[in-house]
Design a protein around this ligand. Structure first.
Ligand code: AMP
Length: 289
């Protein structure tokens, strides 16, 4: 497993691979790796000749009052997890390598980046789009792998690739969850024991919303969102940031449910903000009838 820290070295390696007609798969991460990340890695290994995992805690996607300094960093542990997966190369640039003195370019992804998570994290998705664009230019992958866990991020990246003609296939992989339904996240490590017990309320609320649509046939989105909020707030440590039901492509809020839709939520458990979502498909309703 090659460890690469310089942009120049990564580009030289990728250029060589492309000249040998090798397919490159890229899995961008911020490290503190868990099974959710490893699912993306395995998929890339299956589908490409050469898999690159990037580890970069991207400062430009954190707001001034967010957890950039506290964000978990464990490069040794990450490499120990990647090595048995037979990852070909790990790209770990420093912040000065990615954003040298005087760096000022930023991609503005537009309104899609100001709704849902973007409303409480201004600038976050522009930071994500900018770093992913850089990673695409550095690693030159044919495919890049993202988790459905960050649903809005997948839509933002899809738009980035289409509108700036990156020619990278975006592969969205299912959310990996613990046995109690909690989506794996590097931020779960912030939770106290008591908060960890409360955190599965996110998945419970999503499944409840899904049930109201699929089994109860409710089409009034306002009602479903209200019921989900009520359920979330039965958990004293939980405070809903948003509960939204949106279209898949543009993330537009719907009033009347017409499937497919995504139910997207952000909930604070104590001080930790967690996000999760599920997609409800037309087929699920047809299967019930
Ligand atoms: P992060 O390191 O949190 O920026 O995540 C890197 C990639 O892993 C993103 O595409 C995430 O959506 C994905 N990811 C994180 N958690 C999960 C999970 N529980 N299941 C699937 N993908 C995930």
């Amino acid at each position: 497993m090659q460890i690469i820290t310089a942009i120049e070295d990564m580009q030289a390696l990728s250029s060589r691979l492309l000249s040998e007609k090798k397919n490159i798969g890229l899995v961008p991460t911020m490290g503190a790796l868990h099974e959710g990340h490893l699912g993306l890695v395995r998929r890339s290994k299956d589908e490409n000749d050469f898999t690159v995992v990037s580890i970069f805690v991207n400062p430009s996607q954190f707001g001034p009052n967010e957890d950039f300094n506290e964000y978990p960093r464990d490069t040794e542990g990450d490499l120990d997890k990647l090595s048995p997966c037979k990852v070909d190369a790990v790209f770990i640039p420093g912040a000065d390598e990615m954003y040298p003195e005087g760096f000022s370019t930023s991609i503005n992804i537009g309104n899609i980046g100001t709704i849902l998570c973007g409303a409480s994290r201004p600038g976050h998705f522009n930071g994500v789009a900018t770093v992913v664009a850089k990673l695409f230019n550095i690693v030159m992958p044919g495919r890049a792998y993202f988790g459905q866990k960050d649903f809005q991020q997948t839509v933002v990246i899809g738009k980035l690739v289409r509108e700036l003609d990156f020619g990278v296939d975006i592969v969205v992989c299912p959310t990996v969850r613990g046995p109690d339904g909690l989506a794996m996240s590097s931020r779960n490590g912030y939770l106290s024991d008591e908060e960890r017990k409360a955190a599965p309320i996110l998945y419970k609320a999503l499944k409840f919303g899904e049930e109201l649509i699929v089994s109860n046939g409710i089409v009034n989105a306002v009602l479903i969102k209200e019921e989900m909020r009520k359920l979330i707030h039965t958990e004293p440590l939980a405070a809903a940031d948003y509960v939204e039901i949106v279209t898949l492509g543009r993330l537009e809020g719907v009033e009347k449910i017409e499937l497919p839709v995504a139910i997207c939520i952000a909930v604070k458990i104590g001080k930790t903000r967690l996000i999760d979502n599920i997609v409800v498909e037309k087929k699920q309703v047809e299967d019930v009838r």
